[in-house]
Design a protein around this ligand. Structure first.
Ligand SMILES: Nc1ncnc2c1ncn2[C@@H]1O[C@H](COP(=O)(O)OP(=O)(O)OP(=O)(O)O)[C@@H](O)[C@H]1O
Length: 328
């Protein structure tokens, strides 16, 4: 668990980089810090692992103020992933992944097992890459090693600063998907910095939208879209609105508006319970056929027309309930 209470930070020029920032992130939750360049995201993140000291306010990690925790042990409980991966070029992939477990004095066998497990999970076959050096890997593979290294000692907290920012769009999308499906992160408190709106919507349970050092709104992707706190929030998402709405609305939100006749045959993979309308459309396009979704033990088949009809109806319902934006 991470909690920030009224945190402030100014640098030498006196201009506030972070003003009165407060939020709480629970275990198992991913909070995305989103905002334009210079809005204070990285400064906020770096105050959590004490790379930067706040001028005022309190920061708690796992119930204890970070200032009461010894920096070394605090940082060993926090996995940290950076945009440029920060791998040691003269260490092999396995040595890079094993850094924190070695510092924690795990025995060799345990480190090797953990390294191999993480490499398998992150699609880096140990037979090929265990003894390789970072420069022999592609950018996407290096970023996976960086992620494995951050996860190696199973820290309860993961901080990620633009972790996929240096990757090309295709690699970025695939590493992002892998990250989302990693069982390793389900029991962690994760804070991720990005300026990529789609990434925020795909990975964040909640998003904290920042501008000029202040929080404009913290909420679920759907809350930011359908119940924006102010004009800044409305305008920030305007350009990609439809795409974001399709990402924010889950099939579970529209299930009563989907066809009720259930089927028994299984022609395609069944979409996960938390799949979004966008996930469903993506699958339909990839497979060129309808997809399946299960709720209340019933399997239903959804085609794109039924999906878009239900999605439009859902939007009309929430807008007539007064939760829609002034611009939609
Ligand atoms: N070490 C520093 N010394 C002086 N000013 C700094 C320092 N670090 C950050 N700042 C300033 O603080 C403000 C917030 O910077 P920060 O890096 O936190 O923003 P950001 O939202 O992460 O931006 P970006 O997306 O571009 O990385 C900016 O105005 C920046 O110039």
């Amino acid at each position: 668990m991470i909690k920030l209470e009224r945190v402030n930070k100014s640098f030498q020029n006196g201009k506030p980089a972070v003003s009165d920032v407060s939020f709480e992130v629970n275990t198992g939750e991913t909070l995305v810090l989103l905002g334009t360049s210079g809005s204070g995201k990285t400064t906020t993140l770096r105050m959590i692992n004490r790379l930067i000291a706040p001028d005022s306010g309190k920061i708690y990690v796992n119930g204890e103020a970070v200032t009461n925790q010894e920096t070394t042990s605090l940082r060993r409980n926090i996995g940290y992933v950076l945009q440029d991966n920060g791998l040691f070029p003269h260490y092999t992939v396995a040595e890079n992944i094993g850094i924190v477990p070695s510092l924690l004095k795990w025995d060799k066998k345990r480190i090797e097992e953990r390294t191999r497990t993480l490499m398998e999970k992150l699609h880096l076959p140990p037979t090929e890459y265990y003894h390789a050096y970072p420069q022999q890997l592609s950018g996407g593979q290096q970023q996976r090693v960086g992620l494995a290294r951050a996860l190696a000692a199973d820290p309860p907290v993961l901080l990620m600063d633009e972790p996929f920012g240096a990757l090309d769009p295709v690699t970025r999308a695939s590493v992002r998907k892998e990250f989302r499906s990693l069982d390793e992160i389900s029991n962690k408190t994760v804070i991720m910095v990005t300026h990529d709106v789609q990434e925020a919507f795909q990975l964040g349970d909640r998003i904290c939208l920042m501008d000029k050092g202040t929080i404009q709104q913290t909420g679920t992707p759907a809350e930011l879209l359908f119940a924006p706190a102010n004009d800044f929030v409305i305008h920030f998402f305007q350009e990609q609105r439809l795409l974001l709405e399709l990402n924010a609305v889950k099939l579970s939100d529209i299930r009563t508006l989907l066809p009720t006749d259930h089927v028994t045959e299984k022609g395609s993979p069944i979409l996960p319970e938390d799949a979004s309308c966008w996930d469903a459309l993506e699958q339909m396009t990839t497979l060129s056929k309808p997809v399946y979704y299960s709720f209340d033990g019933k399997l239903i088949r959804i085609d794109s027309a039924a999906l878009m009809q239900a999605f439009t109806q859902y939007k009309q319902t929430i807008s007539s309930n007064g939760r829609s934006t002034r611009l939609s």
